[in-house]
Ligand binder design. Sequence first.
Ligand SMILES: Cc1cc2nc3c(=O)[nH]c(=O)nc-3n(C[C@H](O)[C@H](O)[C@H](O)COP(=O)(O)OP(=O)(O)OC[C@H]3O[C@@H](n4cnc5c(N)ncnc54)[C@H](O)[C@@H]3O)c2cc1C
Length: 443
Amino acid sequence: MEITRRRFLLAGGAAAVAAPGLAGLAAGRGGVELDPREDAVWVASAPEMPYVPRFDGDRKVDLAIIGGGYTGLACAYYAKRFRPDWKVVVLESHGLASSASSRNSGAVYASYVGESDPDLADAGLARLRTFIEEEEIDCDFGPASTLMMLTSPGAAERAQADLPTGARFVSAGELAERAATEYYAGAVAPPGYYHVQPAKLAVGHARAALGVGTELFAHSPALTVQLGRPARIETPRGELVADQVVIATNAHTPRLGIGRYSMFPVHQYSFATRRLDAGELERFGLDRWMLRFERSTLPVTFSVTPDGHFFVRLVLGYASHDSCVWPDLGSARSLAQRIFEQRFPAVADVGLTHGWHGVTGHTALFKQFSGPIGDGNVHVSAAYNGLGIMPAHNNAYLTACRIVGYDEPHVRYLTGVGSQLPVPGDFYRSLVLKPFMRLMTPV
Ligand SMILES: Cc1cc2nc3c(=O)[nH]c(=O)nc-3n(C[C@H](O)[C@H](O)[C@H](O)COP(=O)(O)OP(=O)(O)OC[C@H]3O[C@@H](n4cnc5c(N)ncnc54)[C@H](O)[C@@H]3O)c2cc1C
């Protein structure tokens, strides 16, 4: 059966009917979005994603996972390792890991946005590192020299007076001389950051999940999810009935009709230079600090990739109806170009060649949205508030622990909808978030 956009829109619209009595499962306007996605700069230097088929026919499984990014693939991997006798299936609406998991900035830090327990974050980082080592994933994982860029003299003064342990203050003069920018009032160089090549890590996740015997399906969207025991998932080519379900759709979750008052997507745009050789990187002052985070209300990140592209990532804002498609990529590109020209004029001149869009999932209190919903056999793990590489992997592990009943103390952090401050509906979000984010755009 040929899948057309119209068919998806119709099927998505039917979701409300397919989930009787559950307001939380009424799909967002238009339902699941199947727009094409351009590759991020990372994809060209990563190995090819393993080929996996489309889901076809009617099946009954022990565990169905919706979403094939880091969360979905890692959850499948751990669940199958815990229960080799289970049938574990992942449904991905597009190509595997083609959303945030292959288009992020690659910064990894032992921190959970919204959770202050250092044990949770340290254990999460150790788990990701062990996974990379055990599965022998070549993903350029390692420590990353980092700068927290300060935009005002006041902020620089405060930072200098209150330096965290192990951090160093970098003056505006040193930045001008060694970091290709006269825009900033100073910076703090903190320890503890790591870097990873996101697309290579994503391919590693897919290979690992296949290696333990899970079944992965691409271009196979879940159109509706009917809660119950078992739960029922409608796809374009058949129905999947599952005892346990994991919703691993991150920013796309509200479009599936889940968590619409708990989380919302925020759009990002990244724009990279052509590949610079070692001599150019040194000449432009890009050979010294790999990650550069600008501290502003809508944070801007700059980064040098291991193979020599320099890129900016900026926040675009909110699009109505929880849409994960940004309506005007041309303007996003111009905005990124302006930010580059202001901060790194010499580098902007070499030409920006690779642009890509992405979405992150956010909540009102910056807490992840993870835990059981419905009858307790449907589990969500989403909304990492922009810093999700490690938390996505770790929450996937914790979710798998919860599902198989494995005693792991950090499972207590998977608190579901209960711990979320409700976010206002789409109308108010559009009214407030759109102008606020436009106003806060740092150009
Ligand atoms: C531009 C950008 C920069 C970022 N930078 C960083 C960073 O430097 N450090 C960091 O830690 N984090 C960063 N993040 C966040 C991080 O990438 C995410 O938190 C993480 O990838 C989330 O993984 P995930 O698997 O939960 O979600 P995703 O990778 O978004 O995967 C969800 C998957 O679900 C699929 N899906 C959606 N709907 C359906 C459906 N109905 N049926 C089937 N499948 C569906 C989607 O196609 C997608 O592949 C960044 C994100 C972006 C966008």
